[in-house]
Design a protein around this ligand. Structure first.
Ligand SMILES: Cc1ncc(COP(=O)(O)O)c(C=O)c1O
Length: 650
């Protein structure tokens, strides 16, 4: 796969392996992503090099079909692989531990409620007997239609429930669904029992346990005594007594916990499962008909590839998770001599994250090291006026930069610039000299940075220079719409170019989106230790598109995204491997048009048009516009209302 590097810097050729290493592709990609001999990012849906999809090729193919970036590309085969991987990991753990029951995942649809995604998960999960989890009435309505005629697939119902939610659950039981409402607040049991009696149904009931073992990380409060949901042990005992009194103990079939999302540390998983298994065993011994133990979500995704307990990572593998879960439950059950329950997990992120990639184009860049100087006033400043003192100092400073005095030179430049600014603000420095001071300052910083790059160890005070001088690459997407967790909770997503990976990247940049919001930026990137503040990118070439992609965006991002600046949903396509090689497009969901996002905000475009038409007529009557121009304005308006909200760069 090593191609001769297209470019070389200081005589060192650049190899594709270096790009793999630089962007940590193998660490976070878990076999699903790599780079081919063309220097393009490739997708390996089955984690095998024998079947690859060239992402750059896909983007070109979509463009030829008028589907422009930004676009979310869902790789359905990855979704299928994730489900298989989960089933196999638990299958192996079950066999290894001689566990006498089976495992099923129920996909929590809140992680990605898009119909096509849920349907695919449901379809691919059939062979493993996987089900679905819902957390609200609308989610239940969606799932009730998808799970038609599938009595063996479990539906777990979490979240706050009112009477009609519970009535729907009881009716679904009557329809033949294996549907389990999980009691999260004690009052819900009365509703369940009431509707069960009304419709003559023997319901399956679950109960969410308020674990004492706290969760960890950002979602630590999903578990523990302060958690929003779940019953205290005392309440569970009351629930047990109530069911016993009604001779319905056999209906209590599932115990549930959710130790928090993105569990970074395997110890939290072990603690929670251990506690839940003991609750299961006790209730079982007290006569409850328990058949399922539902360990909730939390199985993490190693977004930064560090394999550590950082927030964007996890210090365990899927196999280790499965093995620990099965082992803990079995140990407790064996010690208490109760039967092994069926293990259910509500793994969301771990199923959905990998399969979606957001690809966006760059629109241009702004660079700070573009300020050049020679250090000779006659060349850098052609004027005849005497140079003000701080500007003279900046000239001297620029000329005297050398390897032995880097920190000192930096301090001098800082001070001179400050003095220049003070003089300007007091009216003693012209705009022209201020511009010259600015140029000399940045040129000096660039010179210092370039010398720092040659040092083995960079002085601490100059460590920030790279970040300070980093470029801004303007990118055609909205962070708020497409990567909301990056903005809201500082979630790291792997981001990298999808082409020119056989070339050494020579720029360090942060990314800015096209919203008019200074928060619409990305300035933290994955790195094996902590995170890095800039991303290595290639110099933009005029007239040549340069695409970047954000990976592992299939979980939570699509539904949490918002309409800031009225940037709506991007185009979405489903790409699959073709049996005869290559790829093909299975589904296309066009992104929001301007009309659609305006309608979300209660604008009626049929009412907007007449106002504009009247204005055009007025302009024609008053001679400000020709009729042809007025028609062109109206046509433009109509076209844009039907157009994509993102920038369409020719
Ligand atoms: C009750 C419940 N189950 C499952 C999940 C999914 O968690 P994850 O995506 O971490 O697997 C969540 C998410 O927070 C949840 O609240």
């Amino acid at each position: 796969m090593n191609t001769p590097a297209k470019n070389s810097v200081a005589g060192h050729a650049w190899k594709i392996e270096q790009a793999l290493d630089l962007y940590q592709v193998e660490a976070w990609g878990k076999g699903y992503f790599s780079i081919n001999e063309h220097g393009h990012l490739v997708i390996r849906p089955n984690t095998e090099a024998t079947a690859e999809i060239d992402l750059y090729d896909v983007v070109q193919g979509l463009k030829a079909r008028d589907l422009h970036t930004p676009v979310v590309i869902r790789f359905s085969d990855i979704l299928a692989h994730r489900l298989r991987h989960l089933a196999e990991a638990f299958g192996a753990a079950i066999a290894e531990n001689d566990y006498r029951n089976r495992y099923a995942a129920v996909f929590p649809i809140k992680v990605n409620q898009q119909r096509l995604v849920v349907e695919e998960i449901y379809r691919y999960g059939k062979q493993f007997g996987f089900g679905l989890e819902v957390g609200s009435k609308p989610e239940l309505l969606a799932v009730m239609s998808i799970t038609e005629d599938a009595p063996d697939r479990i539906i777990v119902c979490n979240g706050f429930k009112d009477a009609s939610y519970i009535e729907a659950v009881i009716l679904a039981t009557k329809l033949g669904r294996t549907i389990i409402p999980v009691v999260e607040n004690f009052e819900e049991i009365h509703l369940i029992l009431g509707f069960a009696q009304t419709y003559g149904v023997r319901p399956r009931i679950g109960v969410r346990v308020k674990l004492a073992s706290e969760g960890a990380g950002r979602w630590r409060e999903s578990a523990g005594e302060k958690s929003k949901f779940g019953l205290f042990i005392g309440e569970i005992l009351d629930l047990h007594a109530l069911l016993k009194e009604r001779d319905m103990l056999d209906c209590l079939q599932l115990v549930h916990c959710h130790p928090g999302s993105q569990l970074q540390d395997i110890r939290r998983v072990k603690d929670a499962i251990n506690e839940l298994a003991h609750v299961y065993a006790e209730l079982k011994l007290m006569g409850a008909g328990l058949r399922y133990i539902d360990i909730g979500g939390g199985l993490g995704v190693d977004y930064d590839g560090s394999g550590t307990n950082f927030e964007s990572s996890m210090n365990y593998t899927l196999n280790e998770y499965a093995s620990d879960v099965v082992y803990r439950i079995k140990s407790v059950c064996d010690a208490r001599a109760v039967p092994h329950p069926m293990i259910v997990s509500e793994s969301g992120r771990a199923i959905a994250a990998y399969h979606s990639v957001l690809v966006f184009d760059t629109l241009g860049s702004s660079t700070l090291d573009r300020f050049k100087a020679t250090g000779r006033p006659e060349e850098d400043y052609g004027g005849t006026e005497d140079l003000p003192a701080p500007v003279r100092d900046l000239f001297d400073g620029f000329r005297s930069v050398n390897e032995r005095r880097l920190v000192e030179c930096y301090h001098d430049a800082l001070q001179a610039r400050e003095q220049a600014l003070q003089m300007f603000n007091l009216g003693y420095l012209s705009l022209e000299f201020r511009g010259l001071a600015e140029r000399l300052y940045w040129a000096t910083c660039t010179k210092i940075r370039d010398l720092c790059r040659k040092l083995d160890e960079i002085p601490e005070e100059l460590e920030n220079l790279e970040v300070m001088l980093s470029d801004i690459y303007f990118c055609n997407f909205s962070v708020f719409q497409s990567l909301p967790d990056s903005w809201a909770i500082g979630q790291l997503f792997p981001i990298m170019p999808i082409q020119r990976l056989g070339e050494r990247p020579t720029r360090n940049a942060v990314l800015a989106d096209i919203t008019c919001d200074s928060d619409g930026k990305i300035d933290r990137f994955v790195h094996p230790r902590e995170s890095k503040r800039t991303l290595e990118l290639h110099e933009l070439i005029a007239g040549e598109p340069y695409y970047l992609a954000a990976f592992l965006v299939g979980a939570y991002q699509e539904t949490l995204g918002d309409l800031h600046n009225l940037f709506g949903d991007t185009h979405v396509v489903h790409i699959r491997l073709h049996d005869e090689g290559g790829w093909w497009i299975e589904e296309v969901v066009k992104g929001d048009t301007a009309t659609k996002v305006l309608e979300y905000m209660e604008y009626d475009t049929d009412e907007l048009r007449p106002g504009l038409a009247r204005d055009c007529e007025r302009a024609v009557r008053e001679g400000r516009m020709t009729l042809a121009e007025a028609q062109a304005v109206k046509r433009f308006y109509d076209k844009e209302l039907d157009g994509y909200a993102y920038l369409e760069v020719e």
